[in-house]
Design a protein around this ligand. Structure first.
Ligand code: FRU
Length: 493
């Protein structure tokens, strides 16, 4: 078999990562996973194994373009101290010469195994996607193993990828992202969907077909699916591409969300599911995956957006993108709440409490730290419009709450560098508005109403300035309490 991949000098690449840590550039995030060089995207292979959370992710160590996709690997006990990331697998043969694409992890017979999509294109650009297992060796590399699905099945284009394993009734299944060749009325066209395969007793994988939903024609491709189980309900997570933007949602180029209902593998149907909802309303969130461990669903997302690389000026410095903080998901009344994992409290260093000045109940200002967590509870009182700003000198990131319309708007138009624009979504606050913000060097994650909604986004301030927090309203607020914590950096050992 033709061997490629000599350009992936693993020892040299790993040494460069080690030399690049700890980060010094002012745009490098300190408590988000990112790399000193290259482009990273989707979290992959998330699995708890031997007392640690193992995190793999897509990585091009050779440049800031979406090519040469490898898997990087780090592990952590506590989401605060991480092993120095290493190159775990790279394109190496005819099957995955054009990328070791996304996939999942599992523990089998005491070993950490991964399942990923081998991406190969011919001269005409036609893809042959193959789904292949691998196993993590003690030297930190993945040994590639058997291909279990050699190509996309009939009726599905070459866009067939991102396998995710799950168990039901003692059997193993996988769900895959796919593009069907026909629309739901049977006419030719590209339609996003997911396929399910079941593992047979002899270890082969049988195509059970599409998992039907009520969504009909819902974009031209679904990427990175996942199946979760909460009490009596199932959640199908996926990333649809090609949905037009609406007034209060679907405002990114590609979306990432879920439907909740009851999955029947007998009728291959997602029964009684609700509407498609987004996991995150920020500008920079895509392709999440979850750890399922001890009853917790811990999600990591990619902070980035495919086909929008021009929005991210760190490319000039030789690196791109980070992963989100771990967030714990719960399903309540058909809606997923996401809260920062409790382990992150260990990052807290010093605290400043703030409360509103009795003489000036329409505004509040507070200095932040180089890395901050802000917790704020606002009793709105007479206020109808409220603006929270992160002020980097004259550059401002704004969160604007309109109580009458019950909308939150995130406004990046004042920033000079990187992606701009606004995102607007419904947020229900009656008397109380609660916010929790994680403000890293460029990555900002905002949790609203105790995780009812979340937004992840970047700001690339021109100056090396610690932001100031400003809150102001059109009429007096009744009460504001909260605190700002200085956060420690992630540690790499
Ligand atoms: C999503 C995605 C996946 C694919 C991977 C390649 O961002 O396009 O569908 O497996 O990225 O890097």
């Amino acid at each position: 078999m033709q061997e490629i991949g000599r350009e992936f000098d693993r020892a040299g690449i790993n040494a460069r990562v080690r030399e690049g840590l700890p980060f010094t550039h002012r745009w490098h995030n300190r408590f988000h996973l990112e790399m000193p060089f290259g482009l990273i995207n989707d979290p992959n292979g998330l699995v708890y194994y031997n007392g640690e959370y193992h995190i793999f992710y897509q990585w091009n160590p050779l440049g800031c373009e979406h090519k040469n996709k490898c898997w990087a690997h780090t592990h952590t006990r506590d989401f605060v101290t991480y092993s120095v990331p290493e190159l775990a697998m790279h394109p190496g043969d005819v099957h995955d010469k054009d990328g070791c694409y996304s996939g999942c992890g599992t523990v089998e017979n005491g070993q950490l195994r991964v399942l990923y999509t081998c991406n190969a294109k011919d001269e005409q650009g036609v893809r042959t996607p193959a789904q292949r297992f691998g196993v993590l060796r003690s030297d930190g590399t993945i040994q590639k193993q058997e291909i279990v699905i050699p190509n996309s099945p009939a009726g599905i284009t070459g866009h067939f990828r991102d396998p995710y394993l799950f168990r039901r009734h003692g059997r193993r299944y996988m769900v895959l992202g796919a593009q069907a060749e026909q629309l739901s009325d049977g006419t030719p066209g590209e339609r996003g969907t997911v396929l399910i395969y079941r593992e047979a007793d002899d270890g082969s994988w049988q195509n059970m077909g599409e998992l039907a939903t009520r969504l009909g024609d819902f974009g031209y491709m679904w990427e990175c699916p996942g199946i979760m189980h909460f009490g009596d309900y199932d959640v199908l997570a996926f990333c649809p591409q090609g949905l037009p933007a609406r007034e209060y949602d679907r405002q990114n180029l590609y979306e990432s969300g879920y439907i909740a209902g009851k999955m029947s593998l007998d009728s291959m149907d997602m029964l009684a599911h609700g509407k498609f909802q987004e996991f995150d309303h920020g500008f920079d969130f895509y392709a999440p995956q979850v750890f399922q461990h001890e009853g917790r669903h811990i999600m990591l997302g990619w902070m980035g957006m495919p086909d929008r690389d021009a929005d991210y000026p760190t490319a000039e410095q030789g690196w791109m993108y980070c992963l989100t903080l771990p967030r714990v998901l719960t399903l309540r009344q058909g809606h997923i709440y996401a809260q920062p994992a409790r382990e992150l409290r260990a990052l807290r260093l010093q605290e400043t409490a703030f409360s509103i000045d009795a003489d000036d109940t329409c505004s509040l200002e507070a200095d932040l730290y180089e890395g901050s967590e802000v917790i704020m509870d606002i009793t709105l009182g007479e206020a109808q419009h409220l603006t929270l700003e992160l002020a980097y000198g004259l550059e401002r990131l704004k969160f604007i709450y309109d109580r009458t319309a019950q909308t939150m708007t995130i406004d990046r138009t004042d920033l000079q560098l990187g992606g701009k624009g606004v995102r607007k979504f419904r947020l229900y606050a009656d008397e109380h508005l609660s916010l929790q913000l994680f403000v890293d060097r460029t990555a900002v994650e905002a949790f609203f109403q105790h995780g009812d909604e979340v937004a992840s986004l970047y700001v690339f301030p021109q100056k090396n300035i610690v932001p100031e927090l400003r809150l102001y309203s059109d009429a007096p607020m009744e009460n504001v309490t909260g605190e700002a914590w200085e956060l420690a950096d992630f540690r790499y050992v």
